[in-house]
Design a protein around this ligand. Structure first.
Ligand SMILES: O=C(O)C(=O)[C@@H](O)CO
Ligand SMILES: [Mg+2]
Length: 284
C-alpha cells in the first residue's frame, strides 16, 4: 500500500522550491523528498512543509548535485573528513526539518579500499545518528559511470558488514530495472532490506506508466509483502508535472491510502526505518 511522495528536486520544478510543497499537496502527494535542501533558508522550508502538512521523507547528504559536481564522498578514502563534515551538516538539516531518511552517496570509486572506507563511514554515521534512518542506493552505471554503489549484491554486502538497524536500502525501481532488467525479481531478492522506494518509468526516466516497468505488478507485490514505507516519484516529467499525474490517481485509488502516521506493524522479516522523528533543531 504505497504512500506516495514527490521528489521536489525533479517534480514541480516549474515552480520556485517553496511553492512546490503546496503544488504537491494539491496534486495528492502526502510527503516530499528533496535531494539537496541546502540553498533555501531552513525556517522558510519548514514553514512551507508545515503549512502544507507535508512530511519531508528524505534528503541527501551534501554536496552532490546534478551540475557536474562530485557524487558524494562516503567511499573515497582520501575524503573521509569531508564526508563526516557533510554528514554532520545533513544531520542538522534533517533535525531542523524532521526528516525521516538521510541518503548517503558513495561517490566515484572502486576496489577494496573504497569498500572498506564505505563500510567504515556508514558504521560511523549509523552510530553517530542512531535515531536517524540512513539509506544507500544502487545507481545504474549507465547514468552514473564510475559510481561505487552500483549493484544490489554489493549493497547487501555493505548492509551486512555495517549491520546497523537504522541503515537500509533505498530501492529505486528505475535503477533496479537498468541494473538487473527484472525489477520484481530484484525486489524479491533484496526488498527485505528496503527502507525507502523510488520510482520512474523506463525509458527516459519519466512518469511511471506505459513503459518497460510494470508498476501495476510492482505495487501489487509491495502490497502482498506488506511494504508500508514511502514510495517517492523521482522522475523527469515529460511536460508540466501536473499534466502527467494520472498515474497517481490510478495507483493511489487502486491501492487505497494507509494511515499517515506509519503505525501499521511491519513484517518481522523486513528492515524498517526508525519511526521516531529526529527532534527539531536549528540551522544548517
Ligand atoms: O539518482 C537517484 O536515483 C537518486 O536517488 C539520487 O538521490 C542520487 O542518489
Ligand atoms: Mg533514486
Amino acid at each position: 500500500m504505497p504512500r506516495f511522495a514527490a521528489n521536489l528536486t525533479m517534480l514541480f520544478n516549474e515552480l520556485p522550491m517553496l511553492q512546490r510543497f503546496g503544488a504537491a499537496r494539491r496534486a495528492g502527494f502526502k510527503g516530499v523528498e528533496i535531494l539537496f535542501p541546502y540553498d533555501i533558508p531552513l525556517p522558510d522550508m519548514r514553514a512551507s512543509a508545515r503549512r502544507n502538512r507535508m512530511e519531508i521523507v528524505l534528503i541527501n547528504c551534501p554536496p552532490p548535485n546534478w551540475a557536474g559536481g562530485p557524487l558524494g564522498f562516503a567511499a573515497i578514502p582520501e575524503r573521509k573528513e569531508r564526508f563526516r563534515r557533510d554528514f554532520e551538516r545533513a544531520l542538522r538539516v534533517a533535525e531542523a526539518l524532521s526528516v525521516r531518511h538521510i541518503h548517503i552517496m558513495s561517490g566515484k570509486a572502486e576496489g577494496a579500499a573504497a569498500l572498506d572506507c564505505f563500510i567504515d563511514n556508514l558504521r560511523w554515521a549509523a552510530g553517530r545518528a542512531p535515531h536517524a534512518g540512513l539509506t544507500i542506493e544502487p545507481i545504474n552505471p549507465i547514468d552514473m559511470p564510475g559510481y561505487f554503489m552500483s549493484d544490489f549484491d554489493l549493497a547487501e554486502t555493505v548492509l551486512d558488514a555495517v549491520a546497523a538497524p537504522n541503515l537500509g536500502l533505498q530501492f529505486d525501481a528505475y535503477h533496479a530495472h537498468r541494473i538487473t532488467g527484472d525489477v520484481i525479481g530484484c525486489w524479491r531478492r533484496h526488498g527485505h532490506r528496503a527502507h525507502h522506494i523510488q520510482i520512474a518509468g523506463m525509458p527516459g526516466r519519466h512518469e511511471p506508466v506505459d513503459g518497460e516497468i510494470n508498476y501495476t505488478e510492482f505495487f501489487q507485490v509491495l502490497a502482498e509483502d506488506g511494504y508500508d514505507g514511502w514510495v517517492s516519484a523521482e522522475y523527469a516529467p515529460r511536460t508540466l508535472t501536473e499534466a502527467g499525474l494520472r498515474w497517481l490517481q490510478e495507483f493511489g485509488k487502486a491501492q487505497g491510502q494507509p494511515p499517515q502516521d506509519g503505525s501499521r506493524p511491519a513484517p518481522a522479516s523486513r528492515g524498517r526505518p526508525l519511526r521516531r522523528r529526529i527532534a527539531p533543531g536549528t540551522g544548517s
